[in-house]
Design a protein around this ligand. Structure first.
Ligand code: COA
Ligand code: AMP
Ligand code: ZN
Length: 432
């Protein structure tokens, strides 16, 4: 029933006592970094000590901008020689957000992943296929080490090549898999094209879906298509990656692991805690990370705590599905994109005019990012070969920046409709 019964079912008082102790350890560790080492509030609490978890409100927030500004080593709290891995956001210009781990951190992360998968009913008898980007994406190695810790037969399939994914499933009798929800529609279509039915032609019983927003209806559609139970998995690279919050067999919200993270939900404008059960921005503090502790990190994800207790007996609170973001980041094909990244690429090109817009659409069961780019008059009149070359050039630059190949449409100056007030750049028309 539980991977670690004692900690997963610890009553709230015990959990809070644990959190106070580990928050203090985290602060002591954090001040070893140049960034937190110069923070007077953190220094003060490290000296005076902590009495309750409520005192977390006395600490300053940490933002993505600060992570970027103090790139590359500003948040490192251990000796560089003890760091064994980093994960980093995409981007070829500007500073990425990078997170460092030492051996201890990777061990704790693998354990949280194993705990999460166990909560979703996955056991060491399962054959687990990880259909997700490896490399710097955290979903690849994050799931990999968790699945191995749990003891399943793991298939590190990676993203892409749907035919091969299906062959792997059938050759090795995959029983459980992880994939992003928007890709599963495409995978199902390829099953159909091959004259196969996932219900009859695979041993799948569980899918773990996450890394991007999706609705309850979308989950149900995935369950019907594949004849499985599908469990929501939430995480973000700044908090390791996957293994932060996970659904149990009850499928009624995501248990967030409160022995590893101190969790708050705040109003993103006033920065004060919201009323119990109200939607706000998720703020998280690592309790057990040594190489790079983060204090009150503003995730920008909007969600709420669900009321009541869970029938499974786990005491760690449950988050509702992510309702949106308090910034303009969107996710396409499992890759995070900030419109500023697209704009940054376009602005460097002398041929490109002042306007562009991004349309997210579902084309033949695949999500695509279409970017309409205004080309200056003198260049738009150029020959077709020139425009073709420009289109390919922009495609490559944007793909390198955001890791997804965009469909670039070059358009005449003035042809992009103007929005009233603040320019709206992103139009999300995807079928959800
Ligand atoms: N996961 C797995 N495969 C995906 C996918 C996804 N999110 N999105 C698309 N694909 C598949 C496509 O179906 C296609 O395979 P097929 O034609 O055999 O069916 C193949 O990848 C390439 O698709 P394309 O649309 O040309 O992709 P792209 O060049 O725009 O993007 C990806 C390349 C898909 C490899 C890249 O977007 C990626 O790595 N996505 C996964 C990100 C991820 O795992 N995020 C989770 C992090 S925790
Ligand atoms: P990354 O840091 O690349 O792993 O991306 C993390 C972001 O992906 C989060 O901050 C969320 O915005 C989004 N995300 C991850 N998991 C989920 C999920 N299960 N539901 C909705 N959004 C998610
Ligand atoms: Zn539960």
């Amino acid at each position: 029933m539980y991977w670690e019964k004692e900690i997963e079912t610890l009553e709230r008082k015990g959990l809070e006592k644990f959190q106070v102790e580990w928050l203090m350890k985290s602060l002591v560790q954090a001040v070893n970094s140049p960034f937190y080492g110069r923070d007077p509030e953190i220094q003060r609490i490290v000296k005076s000590g902590l009495n309750s978890v409520e005192q977390v409100h006395e600490l300053p927030f940490t933002t993505k901008e600060q992570l970027r500004n103090d790139f590359p080593w500003g948040f490192l709290s251990v000796d560089k020689k003890d760091v064994v891995r980093l994960h980093s956001s995409s981007g070829t210009t500007g500073n990425p957000t990078v997170v460092y781990h030492n051996r201890h951190d990777l061990g704790s992360w693998a354990n949280l992943m194993a705990r999460s998968l166990y909560a979703a009913g996955i056991r060491d008898t399962d054959v687990f296929q990880n259909i997700c980007g490896y490399g710097l994406f955290t979903g690849g190695l994050g799931f990999q080490y968790g699945v191995e810790r749990l003891g399943c037969l793991s298939i590190p399939a990676g993203a892409g090549n749907s035919l091969r994914q299906i062959k792997l499933m059938r050759d090795y009798g995959t029983t459980a898999a992880h994939a992003i929800p928007s890709y599963l529609g495409r995978l199902y279509e390829v099953f159909k094209e091959e004259g196969l039915d996932p219900h009859k032609d695979t041993n799948l019983h569980t899918l773990v879906i996450g890394a991007e927003p999706h609705t309850e209806e979308h989950r149900q559609r995935i369950e019907e298509m594949f004849g499985v139970k599908a469990y929501n998995s939430f995480g973000l690279s700044e908090m390791n990656g996957p293994g932060v919050a996970f659904e149990c067999l009850e499928q009624n919200g995501l248990h967030i692991w409160e022995d590893a993270f101190l969790v708050e939900i705040i109003n993103p404008i006033t920065l004060l805690p919201v009323q119990e059960g109200e939607i706000g921005e998720l703020v998280m503090t690592t309790l057990d990370r040594q190489a790079m502790p983060l204090i009150r990190y503003r995730t920008r994800d909007l969600t709420r705590f669900l009321p009541g207790t869970c029938k499974c007996g786990r005491t760690h609170r449950r988050l509702d599905r992510i309702a949106g973001r308090s910034d303009d980041m969107f996710i396409i094909k499992g890759c995070n994109v900030f419109p500023m990244q697209v704009e940054g690429v376009l602005l460097k090109l002398p041929e490109v005019g002042a306007d562009y817009r991004i349309i997210l659409a579902t084309i033949e069961d695949q999500d695509e990012m279409i970017i309409e780019v205004e080309v200056k008059k003198e260049w738009f009149r150029g020959d077709l070969a020139f425009l073709d070359k420009l289109q390919r050039h922009i495609t490559r630059l944007i793909r390198d920046e955001v890791l997804v190949r965009p469909l670039i449409k070059l358009v005449e100056p003035g042809s992009i409709p103007k929005s009233e007030g603040k320019a709206v750049r992103v139009f999300d028309q995807r079928i959800k």
